[in-house]
Every structure is written in structure tokens, then in C-alpha cells.
Design a protein around this ligand. Structure first.
Ligand code: 5AD
Ligand code: FES
Length: 347
């Protein structure tokens, strides 16, 4: 196994069988070795810096019905909300005051956010704060829509691929959604000049070691600027309610692997990781992650954007989360930097 880890650290590539062996062979010793390599390469590129992104959850109204997701269309217990454009702008202004220089607008696939409306919001944020990056995380849209939003000033787009195995994809999503379209969207975003983020859940229902190996191979070939991975956490109002959550340990192990596959990738220690383990985000950073994404949404809507049960930080004000993360990150010897925190092109 040591050989495999050395090979990954040197060549940034393994074949599918080797990835499978790496995933199956997780133990304390391998975890430590991978973590040491991952932290070293991250330090070479990003030093001790951890980037901070302000997440604004703009709507929990969604036309989709992903089986794992708490805000899926068919969840009748979900109390729906949508922020107005003014409320969204207000959140970004408040975030700017707190030092944020990247705003992530995330939401369900809500038909209200037409290109004109969403594009107008992006433009306004960029006009108000030309030194900021705007990231969208609004699901699958047409090529033309992505193009329009890019022209309005959107810099980055997050669209997790969810799983790089089409059969597994179809077990997590309704028939109406297609793996091919998901992948096409990622290609379209890339071709339009967005910094693109993909990603997947760790321990999602029916996920096998082979599936994860494919995810890793996909990341190796696609080379996303960002990659969001976090543990699957069941939501009580979905049919996956009785599946066990993914583990913080496996998530951190994979964070180290992904850091080695593509050293410059921007890798968040996710809220889901902080939800399955109270120090999950710290563990993530110590395994190779270099981004945190505290919540900037108005407190009155936070509990409603519940993709999974027991999500953390739903009662805190933006400033509280900002300070809390500052402390958490500096306690483990890193520092939060404000600034756009763009992807650093490897030389
Ligand atoms: N547990 C963990 N992550 C989830 N997501 C959606 N539902 C869950 C859940 N139950 C993730 C998906 C989605 C991202 C916004 O949140 O990967 O892409
Ligand atoms: Fe939100 Fe700690 S990050 S309270």
C-alpha cells in the first residue's frame, strides 16, 4: 500500500484497480501517510491559507426530486422560501463588511430565477463589489443560460457530479434526471470559462468502492478547479431516511487522496463534514482541505435549507460563524485569508 501512496504522490494518477485498493485499504497508517503527503503539497501551493466563501442559500424551491435531498420537490414537510433580489444583495453587502470576497449563491432549481433575474443579481453584486468573485450553485441549466450568466459576471459554478457511475446515478435520482446531462453541464461550464466545481457524497446509498474509484478517476481527468465532497447524511423526509451516514474518517481520507490527485484543487471542508463530527471541518483541513464556506443566509431561513438532518450553524448570525471559523482555523495552525482566493494555476 505504501508503494501505491508513493506512486499517487509522485504521478498524481492511479488506475481504477489501484484506486479501489487504496479505498479498501484505509487504515490508520495509510491515513497518516496520505495526510502527510496531502498537507505537504497543499502547503507548497497555498501555504497555511484557508479561503473563506460566503454561502447565501437563496431558495429551497426545487423542481428536482433527488432521492437524498431534504428540499426535493416531493417533500411536503419542507417549508419553502425564496429570498428576494434585495435580500440577496443585502446578504452580500453584510458579507462584504465581514471581509468576504467570494459569494456563493446556492439554491434549488427554482424557476423564478430566470436568466434575467439571476443575471441581474450577479451584475448588481459585481457592480457593488468589483473586487469580489461570484460563484453560482443553481443546478442544471442550459448552455445558453450558463453563457448569459457568465456574461453577467459569474466567475465560478459549483455542480457536483454526485457520482461518476451512471447506474449509481440512476439509483440516486429520478428517471427524469440524466447522468449524461449532468456531465454535459460540467463540460459546458468549463468551455465557457467558469472555474468549475464538481464533487460527490461519501457513503451515499448503494455507493460501492468501485463507484468511488470512478469518482476519483473522473476528478483526475476533469481536473476541476474546485471539488466538494462531504458525507451523505440521511434526511427524515426522504426514502433514504434509514441509510447510515457517511463517515468523517472516509471523507477525510478521500480529501487527502483528491489533494494528491490534483494538488492545486480548491477543496472545502464542508458543513456536512462538520455535521457528522463536531471537529469534522478541522479534521478536513488537516487532511488537505483549504476552503471553508460559512453561511451568510438570513437566520430566519437557515433551518429551512435543510438538505440533511441536524445541519450545523442554522441558529448563528453570519458574524458568529465568521468568528467561530476564524478561531477554529487558527487553533489548528492555519489562517483564514480574505480575498477572492482564486484557483492557482500550477506552473
Ligand atoms: N447529505 C449530504 N449531502 C447532501 N447533498 C444533498 N443532500 C444531501 C444529504 N442528504 C449535497 C449534494 C448536493 C449539495 C448541494 O449537497 O451533493 O450537490
Ligand atoms: Fe457557524 Fe461555527 S461555523 S457557528
Amino acid at each position: 500500500m505504501k508503494d501505491l501512496i508513493n506512486k499517487l504522490a509522485e504521478e498524481h494518477s492511479l488506475n481504477l484497480e489501484e484506486y479501489e485498493a487504496l479505498i479498501s485499504g484505509r487504515n490508520e497508517e495509510n491515513t497518516r501517510l496520505l495526510r502527510e503527503f496531502a498537507v505537504k503539497v497543499r502547503r507548497e501551493i497555498y501555504g497555511n491559507d484557508v479561503y473563506i466563501r460566503g454561502l447565501i442559500e437563496i431558495s429551497n424551491i426545487c423542481r428536482n426530486d433527488c432521492l437524498y435531498c431534504g428540499i426535493r420537490k416531493s417533500n411536503k414537510n419542507c417549508e419553502r422560501y425564496r429570498l428576494t433580489p434585495d435580500e440577496i444583495i443585502e446578504c452580500s453587502n453584510e458579507g462584504y463588511e465581514l471581509g468576504f470576497r467570494t459569494f456563493v449563491l446556492q439554491g434549488g432549481e427554482d424557476g423564478y430565477f430566470t436568466d434575467e433575474i439571476l443575471g441581474g443579481i450577479v451584475k448588481k453584486i459585481k457592480d457593488n463589489h468589483p473586487d469580489c468573485a461570484v460563484t453560482l450553485s443553481m443546478g442544471e441549466r442550459s448552455y445558453g443560460s450558463y453563457k448569459f450568466l457568465r456574461a453577467c459576471g459569474a466567475d465560478r459554478y459549483l455542480l457536483r457530479h454526485e457520482t461518476a457511475d451512471s447506474q449509481h446515478y440512476s439509483r440516486l435520482h429520478p428517471l427524469a434526471m440524466s447522468y449524461d446531462n449532468r456531465m454535459k453541464c460540467l463540460e459546458n461550464l468549463r468551455s465557457l470559462g467558469y472555474q468549475v466545481g464538481c464533487g460527490f457524497m461519501v457513503g451515499s446509498p448503494y455507493q460501492t468502492v468501485k463507484n468511488i474509484a470512478k469518482d476519483l478517476k473522473f476528478i483526475e481527468t476533469f481536473k476541476p478547479e474546485m471539488c466538494g465532497i462531504g458525507p451523505f447524511i440521511p434526511h427524515k423526509d426522504t426514502e433514504f431516511r434509514n441509510f447510515p451516514p457517511g463517515s468523517a474518517e472516509m471523507t477525510c481520507y478521500l480529501l487527502s487522496v483528491i489533494r494528491l490527485i490534483y494538488p492545486p484543487v480548491l477543496l472545502p471542508a464542508t458543513t456536512a463534514l462538520g455535521t457528522v463530527n463536531p471537529i469534522g471541518r478541522e479534521m478536513g483541513i488537516m487532511s488537505g482541505a483549504n476552503v471553508v464556506m460559512p453561511n451568510l443566509s438570513p437566520v430566519k431561513v437557515r433551518k429551512k435549507y435543510e438538505l440533511y438532518d441536524n445541519k450545523i450553524c442554522t441558529g448563528e448570525e453570519s458574524a458568529q460563524c465568521r468568528n467561530c471559523l476564524n478561531e477554529r482555523v487558527s487553533k489548528i495552525g492555519y489562517r483564514i485569508v480574505t480575498g477572492r482566493g482564486d484557483f492557482r494555476v500550477p506552473c
